[in-house]
Write a protein that binds this ligand. Structure first.
Ligand code: NZQ
Ligand code: ZN
Length: 398
């Protein structure tokens, strides 16, 4: 097990009854001027917007709406201006990971006078950890990213075809997690979110650290949970237990617990971020298409024991031959993804040309340091290009 530090200060209010009773005080403890951030309108359709306005009726509420999936730097710039112009005290972020991610960067940008992209790209040494950050309270409406209990954000700059991760000094101050709010999430986003959770677990499970049974066991349990409840949420969108397990699973998968004692080199995320950056596809779907191909590519004499453990503990596979169990585990992963009605090939998300693959692979390898021990198994630009290529067809899986 590796050395680690762990601290997470987010106050979680999980379940059916917290929002109406506690939202006002959770926000007002930080001041009177609130920036309410949200996305394309799902919160108006569901009635949540009205509930929030009612709860905050005696506070001064300013709004930033229209934060898009794969949030764009322009929304951050707009939020930065609002936060400065109105001397905002606290951000209330209502939505999925995209709204939360954008809000956390706006929370930093209030204290920065230059272009907000500097903060995302760490341009000119502008690390966000060196500047202040407004408190963020959030109401999560989609189970996927874990943004509700971590310090990360992923922001896109369409002018540069770049999507980058950035980390602030703080996790959200208070996160309201009511699984009922996710009943209205579409099948597509439910499947994508479930796979995003699975991928966060897989990125932390297939790790170079040795003998970390505590973390491995926690991850295996959480994998079994998302494998079980994802399909149930798809079949019965208002099944509370399914939505609750997906929501808490999403939060727990990426709040620091599942990385403790690991080396933490992620591989598939940097490779997917290039797909989202170039083609603006749904993050979880990109991960779902890439992951089984990645597993196949990194399966070797060195890794097969780990994949076999994954097969036995997560998929309940039996047999003494590690390679055989490992291969069946990878196929089981593929079959489960397919059962979520996720397209299994890149043309299924309208990526029909291989033209950009080398360029994207170069960026993924550079940003993820994939050929320098940055991931689980080193990958070269050629490997990543081949991985994108493998994702164009179902060859090898069915
Ligand atoms: O914009 P609205 O109208 O709200 O609609 C959204 C959006 O179209 C809709 N939605 C959200 N809640 C809903 C709902 N529709 C009906 N009912 C509800 N209750 O869902 C669509 C997708 O929302 P989005 O926030 O984009 O989804 P998600 O939570 O999956 O976030 C994805 C983003 O997070 C980043 C991804 O790269 C991507 O940009 N990530 C953030 C991470 C982090 N902060 O730690 C880690 C992840 O690996 C990930 O990279
Ligand atoms: Zn993710």
């Amino acid at each position: 097990m590796e050395d680690f530090s762990f601290q997470n200060k987010t106050a979680i209010r999980f379940g059916k009854h917290h929002i109406d009773e506690e939202l006002h005080d959770a926000v007002a403890q930080f001041g009177q001027k609130v920036l309410l951030t949200y996305g394309g309108g799902s919160i108006k359709k569901s009635g949540l917007y009205d509930r929030v306005q009612e709860a905050l009726a005696d506070l001064q509420v300013f709004e930033l709406s229209g934060i898009a999936p794969n949030p764009k730097i322009d929304s951050i710039r707009d939020g930065q201006k609002l936060a400065k112009d109105h001397d905002i005290d606290v951000i209330l972020s209502v939505g999925g990971g995209s709204v939360l991610d954008a809000s956390k960067v706006i929370a930093s940008a209030k204290f920065y006078d230059g272009d907000a992209w500097d903060l995302v790209a760490d341009r000119g040494g502008q690390s966000r950890s060196n500047i202040d950050q407004l408190p963020v309270v959030d109401i999560l409406t989609l189970s996927a990213t874990g943004s509700e209990m971590n310090a990360g954000s992923v922001i896109s700059n369409p002018d540069l075809n770049v999507k980058l991760g950035t980390y602030g000094p703080n996790t959200p101050a208070v996160s309201f997690l009511d699984p009922q709010l996710t009943y209205s999430v579409s099948k597509w986003q439910t499947a994508a979110g479930s796979f995003d959770v699975f991928s966060h677990l897989a990125e932390q499970y297939f790790d170079r650290a040795k003998a970390n049974d505590v973390t491995s066991g926690i991850i295996e349990g959480m994998m079994r949970s998302v494998i079980k409840w994802g399909p149930i949420a798809l079949a019965e969108p208002d099944n509370y237990d399914a939505r609750a397990n997906l929501m808490w699973g999403a939060t727990m998968a990426l709040n620091g617990i599942a990385r403790s004692g690991n080396k933490n080199g992620w591989t598939v995320h940097p490779i997917e971020h290039e797909l989202s950056a170039y083609y603006d596809i749904t993050h979880g779907v990109g991960l779902a298409i890439l992951t089984p191909r990645w597993m196949k590519r990194v399966l070797s004499d060195e890794t097969q024991a780990r994949f076999a453990r994954y097969g036995r503990e997560v998929w309940h596979l039996t047999g003494d031959n590690d390679l055989d169990v490992a291969q069946r585990a990878i196929q089981a992963t593929y079959d489960w993804i397919k059962s979520l009605d996720i397209p299994m090939i890149l043309p299924g998300v309208d990526i029909n040309s291989e033209e950009k693959f080398v360029e994207m692979a170069q960026e993924a390898v550079r940003i993820g340091r994939l050929n320098q021990n940055g991931g689980y198994v080193n990958l070269t630009v050629d490997d990543v290009t081949a991985l994108y290529h493998d994702s164009m067809t179902t060859i090898g899986f069915e």
